[in-house]
Design a protein around this ligand. Structure first.
Ligand code: FAD
Length: 492
């Protein structure tokens, strides 16, 4: 009889673990509280628009290639990928937009235009970043990170200096470049990792390599195509995905999880349980106190990645001067970062991001219309109210209209908001975090919440709050890592 695995949550990590375990012959059931799979990457349709609800940047295409290759498949078996050019635009003020080209020579010219001598420095910077990317992807991210000793082989130890684990990304960038715009351009990718460039190890310039060398891609149809692909793959491997099933208890007997119960009154017997929902929720809500991996105090001391205030907007006309990805850096980056991490409060003049996938993909908006996704990063645990949502909507729309020189608000035909309380309600997100724990030095690798429960011999965790970290590619990898551990520890 095949061993039964119950996976809680159908985000990228849960689906990835489910596929890997099903391939090895396990009988896998995924239980998902929401009506559709995909977790933070769900999609919805309204007024003729198709909105991706969370991730919009497709970076590190090699991670997706490797994932599907493990099953003898290719990305192109499931969706069409398009490389974006320009990769994205950064707005520094009205009529002050920097288009970041996909082509490396054009990128070097852009750097040179802003700061003499910076093209050669960029080349050196990206060579180092490429080294970090290769070592990071080969030697770091696939480690289960149970203990520091996994990192004690000579290759890793000898590379630590070059990997720049102990200096900050900000210092590295500022040593090489002095132009403010170039600095902000190079510091922006680590914001995906949920910490400021000052608190992020310079190791993570590997994100610049992902950005500038590997490129920004888009799956035609939207980011949800990745979820569709994984669901199709999982089902072809025999995985049962049951939506609308909210797990409310993991039943433990003598240190062993033997079944999972849902709010709908159903029970699922299990030989292994994989918690793919937010770690804190699994640990603090679904388990009894004696089985928790971490205390409330531990969680209170974690630095979380930001939450987000999101607006999904349908505009009844085509817009000008917007690219697919647009970063609005017309206000003070440092002040906004301070209001997220140091003195958490609603930001006075936030930076924001606008994705307009309809610029690339006609299928996501009715003809002659534009699909916009507007994101403001905010500190976690800030309760939102309808007034706050309205205030920030007004503030960002005014700036968006002024900066791009066109009216937008008067042409809106659809609007939906999503904020702190939605993150908590829809995903049981701890403090409303959008993308897990910040990747600071003290929350990296074996210092992250562990992927195995210490008190329950067959309970594992996966997803953006454990190794290797936040983001779509790391969540995919997290599912692969946990599956390997389960196979090794229980059924080898
Ligand atoms: C607004 C936003 C923008 C982002 N942008 C990007 C980007 O551009 N690029 C990128 O790479 N990453 C991005 N990310 C991060 C990325 O989306 C996440 O890191 C990744 O999707 C997390 O996957 P996961 O499987 O760990 O968690 P989730 O996607 O949260 O999956 C967990 C699942 O568990 C379910 N669940 C919770 N509790 C229960 C329960 N009790 N019973 C059953 N099911 C339960 C949830 O409903 C959810 O479906 C973004 C995230 C957000 C929110």
């Amino acid at each position: 009889m095949a061993k039964k695995v119950v996976v809680i949550g159908s985000g990228f990590a849960g689906l990835s673990a489910a596929c890997c375990l099903a391939k090895e012959g396990f009988e896998v059931t995924v239980l998902e509280k929401n009506d559709t799979a995909g977790g933070r990457a769900r999609q919805f349709r309204a007024a003729g628009f198709t909105f991706d609800m969370g991730p919009s940047w497709y970076w590190m295409p090699d991670v997706f290639d490797d994932f599907f290759a493990h099953f003898g498949k290719k990305v192109s078996d499931y969706y069409i990928l398009k490389r974006l050019d320009p990769s994205y635009a950064v707005w520094f003020g009205p009529h002050d937009r920097m288009d970041v080209p996909a082509d490396m020579q054009a990128l070097e010219s852009l750097f040179e235009h802003h700061e003499a001598g910076s093209a050669a420095k960029l080349r050196r910077f990206l060579e180092e970043a490429g080294y970090k990317y290769r070592v990071g992807m080969q030697d770091f991210v696939h480690k289960p990170s149970h203990s520091v000793f996994e990192f004690a082989d000579w290759r890793i130890v000898s590379s630590l200096f070059r990997l720049q684990m102990f200096s900050s990304l900000s210092n590295q960038v500022r040593r090489l470049f002095s132009n403010r715009k170039l600095i902000e351009l190079l510091e922006f990718p680590v914001l995906f990792l949920g910490a400021t460039p000052q608190k992020t190890p310079a190791l993570y310039s590997l994100m610049n390599y992902a950005d500038m060398a590997l490129g920004t891609w888009y799956p035609m149809g939207g980011m949800y195509e990745i979820v569709r692909a994984m669901v199709t793959l999982a089902e072809s491997l025999g995985v049962k995905i049951i939506t609308g099933q909210e797990v409310n208890q993991i039943d433990i007997l003598k240190g062993h999880a033997h079944r999972v119960m849902t709010g709908e009154g159903r029970e699922y017997a299990a030989d292994v349980v994989v918690g793919g929902a937010d770690y804190h929720h699994i640990d603090s809500v679904l388990l009894g106190k004696t089985c928790q991996n971490y205390t409330d105090t531990y969680w209170e001391k974690r630095t979380l990645a930001p939450s987000s205030l999101l607006y999904y907007l349908g505009v009844g006309k085509r817009l000008e001067r917007l690219h697919h990805h647009n970063l609005f850096f017309d206000e003070d980056f440092a002040l906004h970062a301070k209001e997220i991490y140091e003195t958490p409060k609603w930001p006075a003049k936030p930076l924001f991001y606008v994705s307009a996938p309809s610029v690339t993909d006609a299928s996501v908006a009715p003809e002659g219309c534009e699909n916009l996704f507007l994101l403001i990063p905010v500190a976690p645990d800030l309760k939102d109210t309808p007034e706050i949502r309205e205030r920030y909507f007004d503030m960002t729309m005014t700036r968006l209209e002024q900066l791009t020189g066109q009216s937008i608000r008067d042409h809106l035909i659809y609007r939906r908001d999503f904020a702190y309380s939605d993150f908590v309600q829809d995903y049981h997100s701890f403090k409303g975090n959008a993308y897990g724990l910040a990747n600071t030095l003290l929350q990296t690798a074996f210092l992250k919440p562990k992927l195995k429960n210490r008190h329950v011999d067959n309970l594992y965790y996966t997803g953006q709050l454990t190794v290797p970290g936040p983001g779509v590619p790391p969540s995919l990898i997290s599912g692969q890592v946990v599956a390997k551990e389960i196979i090794k520890s229980h059924f080898a």
